[in-house]
Ligand binder design. Structure first.
Ligand SMILES: *[C@@H]1O[C@H](CO)[C@@H](O)[C@H](O)[C@H]1NC(C)=O
Ligand SMILES: *[C@@H]1O[C@H](CO)[C@@H](O)[C@H](O)[C@H]1NC(C)=O
Ligand SMILES: *[C@@H]1O[C@H](CO)[C@@H](O)[C@H](O)[C@H]1NC(C)=O
Ligand SMILES: *[C@@H]1O[C@H](CO)[C@@H](O)[C@H](O)[C@H]1NC(C)=O
Ligand SMILES: *[C@@H]1O[C@H](CO)[C@@H](O)[C@H](O)[C@H]1NC(C)=O
Ligand SMILES: *[C@@H]1O[C@H](CO)[C@@H](O)[C@H](O)[C@H]1NC(C)=O
Ligand SMILES: *[C@@H]1O[C@H](CO)[C@@H](O)[C@H](O)[C@H]1NC(C)=O
Ligand SMILES: *[C@@H]1O[C@H](CO)[C@@H](O)[C@H](O)[C@H]1NC(C)=O
Ligand SMILES: *[C@@H]1O[C@H](CO)[C@@H](O)[C@H](O)[C@H]1NC(C)=O
Ligand SMILES: *[C@@H]1O[C@H](CO)[C@@H](O)[C@H](O)[C@H]1NC(C)=O
Ligand SMILES: *[C@@H]1O[C@H](CO)[C@@H](O)[C@H](O)[C@H]1NC(C)=O
Ligand SMILES: *[C@@H]1O[C@H](CO)[C@@H](O)[C@H](O)[C@H]1NC(C)=O
Length: 494
């Protein structure tokens, strides 16, 4: 309190003289003449009645469309699946034409270039430059328009359903006191409950764009035992949920579907950032968010779905074998270097880091700048979670394992010998050589590549794969990596 009071006084006197001192080194020209006087009186203690402003009585007018799911509260059934699968394998087309997509030269019509800043073509109407898709007056149709669209949105729907269940589940299984112990208040719980309700809207939207075969909600099996682990899992799950959409959204045939989907994924992006803040991580230690292929999002998600109702629409995407980061940095430690091997709650790829570590090794209840990791708008970490050059030890599962709803999908890979580690972060795909230490284990070193100068590519929750090649790919053709993926994991970089 003492330091806070001193700070406030200094600030006010700075305002009073009208020339704020430069706050940022090298930015000394801030001579905008500011003169304010601020009331220093006591804060309010009584509230209302307020001023009466002009208002009318109004109602929504039309009845809002019904949602496909109610607001769930309370615990629902969870846990691993123990029955026998009635079908196995991904949904398949009647015919499959090839095994890899062959590279092609650039599209011959992609030639537009504007050097003089002048409009190059006749404008259809005033103030409306020529071009764009869906701009010629055709009536929008908000429906998937290809198998690619259908499978992508169906995958998105599976993701929205787990989020609806997951956010509610954490609120149901942990008490208000459990949340307080993790630094999260009753208002934060209400916020998480609101995020769950957002998901019921997202699930309804995606269902409407699919039609009658839209998948229903399933039963799930979660990897957390504490509030911190719940938040960590949410932070990871929304990371691949968001990135999964960035990976396919611009490939959709239906621009209309892309329009509505982007307006829902903007909300998911905010959820991801909020969960990072609740975990005391930097809210967004990157300049760009990453896109990943659909089969990646499905590989991360499927292990947490234990069963789906009879006749649930199946997905066509691949399930890759799980890649385990042996020394995954634990965000609950003030000194992440001290993380023990396999310090995670289980062996599924996105399982959260254990929060049940000794109190004198934890950052959760610390009140020391640079070391604290309780909930906050932003945190500095004096000891980073990971850093370029860190040795990263990896193990991975063999293909052929049953995963996903009713254990009815099977992990697979078409890749050859494991040779590289692919790091997918921000706009970049970086490969590092993999040194094998066994048939299914090896190590590499975290790369230092930058997106643009001053922006190390690898930070936040990032994506990592073992590959058989170092094929050059960029964000719009990243899915061509799939035939080369041996195993797939998540990397907690910051
Ligand atoms: C954290 O430490 C600061 C400065 O020592 C102190 O003013 C503040 O009350 C502490 N906060 C908590 C929650 O203990
Ligand atoms: C209008 O644009 C769409 C693409 O957005 C195109 O498929 C369609 O052929 C165009 N219609 C006309 C009449 O030009
Ligand atoms: C990740 O971002 C955090 C916060 O800005 C920073 O402290 C850390 O050094 C970054 N890590 C890398 C590898 O650049
Ligand atoms: C999955 O298992 C559940 C519970 O045993 C069962 O009710 C359901 O019909 C199964 N779903 C499928 C798609 O086989
Ligand atoms: C599943 O589909 C079959 C075949 O269409 C149908 O006979 C059955 O009633 C459906 N089951 C449920 C629970 O909808
Ligand atoms: C963590 O390990 C790295 C690499 O050995 C080292 O440079 C760094 O100083 C260590 N951090 C601390 C806080 O000891
Ligand atoms: C993962 O852990 C579960 C439960 O501890 C175990 O049954 C399963 O065999 C493990 N899977 C692998 C691939 O190690
Ligand atoms: C937080 O970290 C930044 C660099 O990332 C540094 O410039 C700043 O001084 C740090 N702030 C505190 C309060 O430690
Ligand atoms: C990583 O693997 C190397 C080589 O097998 C080993 O020397 C090292 O101790 C391992 N590090 C960790 C943190 O497990
Ligand atoms: C590694 O793979 C080789 C060839 O497939 C096999 O002969 C060997 O037994 C495997 N080693 C282990 C430890 O699984
Ligand atoms: C990272 O991505 C940016 C933007 O696409 C690109 O300009 C840069 O060359 C890439 N860097 C590396 C190391 O691949
Ligand atoms: C992916 O796109 C980049 C251009 O951004 C191109 O250089 C590269 O060859 C493409 N990769 C494949 C495998 O087609």
């Amino acid at each position: 309190m003492f330091t806070k009071a001193i700070y406030a006084t200094t600030l006010l006197s700075a305002f009073a003289v009208g020339a704020p001192a430069p706050q940022v080194p090298g930015y000394s020209d801030a001579d905008f003449p500011v003169t304010v006087s601020q009331d220093t009186g006591a804060p309010a203690t009584t509230f209302g009645p307020d001023s009466q402003v002009n208002a009318i009585l109004t109602t929504p007018g039309t009845v809002a469309p019904l949602r496909r799911s109610s607001d769930l509260t309370g615990a629902t059934s969870h846990g691993p699946f123990s029955g026998t699968a009635t079908t196995t394998g991904a949904e398949q087309a009647p015919t499959t034409i090839g095994t890899v997509i062959a590279p092609l030269p650039p599209n011959p019509t992609a030639t537009y270039y504007n050097a003089d800043g002048k409009l190059q073509n006749p404008a259809p109407i005033p103030y409306t430059p020529a071009g764009g898709l869906g701009t010629n007056g055709t009536e929008p149709r908000y429906m998937v328009n290809s198998d690619f669209d259908y499978e992508s949105i169906q995958l998105g729907l599976y993701q929205e359903w787990i989020e609806l269940d997951l956010f509610n589940n954490g609120l149901a299984v942990f008490s208000e006191q459990d949340f307080l112990d993790a630094g999260l208040t009753a208002e934060d719980r209400s916020y998480i409950a609101f995020m769950a309700i957002q998901e019921s809207g997202h699930a309804t939207l995606l269902s409407n764009m699919l039609g009658e075969s839209a998948a229903p909600q399933c039963t799930y099996d979660y990897p957390f035992t504490t509030v911190r682990e719940f938040i960590d899992f949410n932070q990871k799950l929304t990371r691949w949920g968001e990135s999964g959409v960035w990976g396919f959204i611009n490939h959709l045939d239906s621009r209309e579907v892309g329009q509505l989907l982007s307006q829902s994924i903007a909300t998911e992006a905010r959820q991801q950032m909020s969960f990072r803040q609740m975990l005391g991580l930097h809210p967004m230690p990157v300049w760009f968010e990453t896109g990943i292929p659909q089969s990646w999002a499905w590989s991360y998600l499927a292990p947490y779905i234990s069963s789906c109702p009879e006749n649930t629409t199946r997905l066509a995407w691949q399930n890759f074998p799980a890649l385990h980061v042996v020394n995954q940095a634990n965000p609950n430690r003030f000194s992440p270097n001290d993380t023990a091997d396999y310090e995670v709650t289980g062996n599924r790829t996105a399982d959260p880091s254990k929060s049940t570590i000794p109190a004198d090794e934890s950052c959760v209840n610390l009140n020391v700048t640079g070391y604290a990791c309780g909930p906050a708008i932003a945190r500095n970490r004096s000891e980073p979670l990971s850093f370029p050059g860190k040795q990263v030890n990896l193990t991975w599962d063999v293909p052929g394992q049953a995963v996903g709803p009713n254990n009815s999908y099977v992990t697979s890979t078409s890749a050859g010998q494991p040779q590289f580690v692919a790091w997918v972060a921000q706009l970049n795909l970086t490969y590092t050589p993999l040194t094998l230490t066994g048939n299914n284990s090896g190590y590499t070193y975290q790369p230092a590549s930058e997106v643009y100068e001053g922006d190390p590519a690898l930070n936040g929750t990032a994506f990592i794969a073992i590959t058989d090649s170092d094929l050059f790919l960029t964000p719009f053709n990243l899915s061509m990596i799939n035939p080369h993926v041996v195993a797939l994991g998540l990397y907690q970089a910051g």
